[in-house]
Design a protein around this ligand. Structure first.
Ligand SMILES: *Cc1c(COP(=O)(O)O)cnc(C)c1O
Length: 402
């Protein structure tokens, strides 16, 4: 029986899987059983920041694997200590809590926020979030995820959540006054919400409101972090500093790793017994995390990523002009882009399928937004191949509908 049939027989059906059995990943490309190659423009959903099988990462992985794969949290985890130290030095004074995934990073933040509001004298409770946000799928985090098809009617953990519209500082202030939430959590760029970047003035205004009303300002950088937007973390494009910063996805170089950085003053709230995880932080993941930081910060990876993103943006803007209105908008930041097409959801699906047939993997979110999460290593020739193929597919749309 083929892989697709076996997948359907033995693995629960929680993703719309493509019938591609990947046998190898190298650089910016994935290869399947039949020898087809695919330019990977969504990098395992913002995970493979440096493409596949990066030789330096593989070398560091092998080194760590030859030492130890797993130890308990009762011992000193040297790769994790090094990674935490570097993350703090690259962001703001505080401490790290590590988890295995993004949703667990959110869960940890929910528990830390709860401890903070209990010791704070104000009458505060709950967390404010933006409409269309995505913060994870476990029961605590899913409640913060304001997309109906994700949260559905699953029984969510019992704490108040208040939804407010993106870009509306007045509504946010009213919410702070009326509901007195303990924290405000947001993505600097709404990811699965359709690649909607927050404006700099909203981010800075929200941070100022949080300070004024003593509300913890929590940035979910699970998708935007690790150089994705051009800085190591997206908030570093602005003057704000969050109280809590959540990371995951790209941080483990392809292995499961997530966590949060809590600023000084919040970083001693957790004490032994408050929280933990058997596997996190995996020494393997932490070693890869250090390797990713080496490449981004010491081997010029971040700068190269910015250049590569600039080339991609220029090419797409140029395509937009030529597309006769079919490509309505290119939005996002750095290597996190949403292409808004002036076609129906069915047409977008057809374009996605056609691109896949031609060897380009793209993601679609919010039905009509093509989401690109390319590796920072995307070369100009990769961009040219992709924009050329996309232009041809857009032209076909014109002829189909003529
Ligand atoms: C992916 C994502 C999460 C959840 O991370 P998982 O590792 O899938 O649990 C949370 N927040 C944002 C912004 C994300 O993009």
């Amino acid at each position: 029986m083929n892989w697709m049939n076996r997948d359907q027989q033995y693995i629960m059906n929680t993703y719309q899987r493509l019938p591609i059995a990947v046998t190898k990943g190298e650089g910016n490309y994935l290869y399947d059983e039949e020898g087809n190659s695919y330019l990977d423009l969504f990098t395992g959903l913002a995970v493979n920041i440096l493409g596949h099988s990066h030789p330096y990462l593989v070398q560091k992985l092998e080194e760590q694997a030859g030492q130890f794969l797993h130890i308990s949290n009762v011992f000193l985890n040297t790769p994790a200590i090094t990674l935490a130290e570097r993350l703090v030095k690259e962001t703001f004074p505080g401490k790290v809590f590590f988890s295995n995934s993004g949703t667990e990073a959110v869960e940890a933040a929910v528990k830390l926020i709860h401890k903070w509001k209990k010791q704070d004298t104000d009458e505060k409770d709950g967390i404010a979030v933006l409409g269309n946000s995505f913060h994870g799928r476990t029961l605590g985090a899913v409640k913060l995820t304001r997309q109906e098809n994700v949260y559905q009617d699953f029984p969510a953990a019992d704490y108040p959540v208040y939804e407010t519209a993106p870009e509306d500082l007045e509504a946010l202030e009213r919410l702070f006054q009326e509901k007195k939430p303990a924290a405000f959590m947001m993505e600097p760029v709404l990811g699965s919400g359709g690649i909607m970047p927050a404006s700099r003035s909203f981010l800075e205004g929200a941070a100022a409101l949080c300070r004024r009303y003593r509300v913890l300002f929590c940035l979910d950088e699970i998708q935007t972090g690790m150089g994705r937007t051009g800085e190591l973390f997206a908030y570093q494009h602005t003057d704000v500093t969050p109280d809590l910063l959540l990371f995951a996805k790209g941080v483990g170089g392809g292995l499961p790793l997530g966590g949060m950085i809590a600023r000084e003053g919040l970083d001693t709230l957790f004490t032994p017994g408050d929280h933990g995880a058997t596997f996190a932080p995996s020494p393997l993941s932490a070693a890869l995390g250090n390797a990713v930081l080496d490449v981004l910060l010491e081997q010029g990876g971040l700068e190269q990523g910015k250049e590569n993103a600039g080339y991609l943006w220029n090419s797409l803007e140029y395509l937009k002009v030529r597309s006769g209105g079919l490509l309505r908008e290119v939005r996002g930041q750095g290597m996190m882009l949403g292409l808004r097409l002036q076609v129906s959801p069915e047409d977008v699906q057809r374009i996605q399928k056609q691109l896949l047939r031609r060897g380009f993997m793209v993601n679609v979110t919010q039905q009509t937004i093509i989401r690109l999460l390319p590796p920072l290593t995307l070369k100009p020739e990769d961009t040219d191949a992709f924009t050329g193929a996309l232009e041809e597919e857009l032209l076909k749309e014109v002829s189909i509908h003529d």
